[in-house]
Design a protein around this ligand. Structure first.
Ligand SMILES: [Zn+2]
Length: 124
């Protein structure tokens, strides 16, 4: 089985596109910190290829502000919770101050307020 060079090139770009999408775009919906030139060098393609991939990804996957925050309800107490990664949190966004006096927004873990936290913790 011999692949035509153009096919191999296309599939390499497809792989790159998937990686860019899964490893980067879906996390922050921006290309901050990514350099098309650097990626092009690693992949052996042209920066324009990378830029057009980025453009396609942007177009096909428009940013959803709460994409990482899946809303659902706690199956133990029925309260509304927001999933941040694998952590169930309470919906209100709180403001806290770190040790070096920087203000940061955070959500409190639902385990802190869930009346049935022990049960919830054990099964997670
Ligand atoms: Zn709960």
């Amino acid at each position: 089985m011999s692949e035509k060079p153009t096919e191999r090139r296309t599939s390499a770009l497809e792989t790159l596109k998937q990686e860019l999408l899964d490893d980067h775009w879906r996390h922050c919906y921006s290309w901050k910190g990514l350099s098309p030139v650097k990626i092009a060098k690693q992949q052996g393609c042209s920066p324009d290829d990378v830029r057009s991939l980025m453009f396609e990804i942007q177009k096909e996957n428009p940013p959803k502000p709460k994409a990482n925050h899946r809303k659902s309800t706690c199956k133990y107490c029925g309260a509304e919770i927001v999933w941040i990664g694998k952590h169930p949190c309470d919906p209100p966004v709180l403001k806290g101050v770190t040790a070096d006096e920087k203000v940061h927004a955070f959500r409190q873990s639902h385990f802190a307020t869930c009346p049935r936290a022990n049960q919830a913790r054990k099964s997670s």
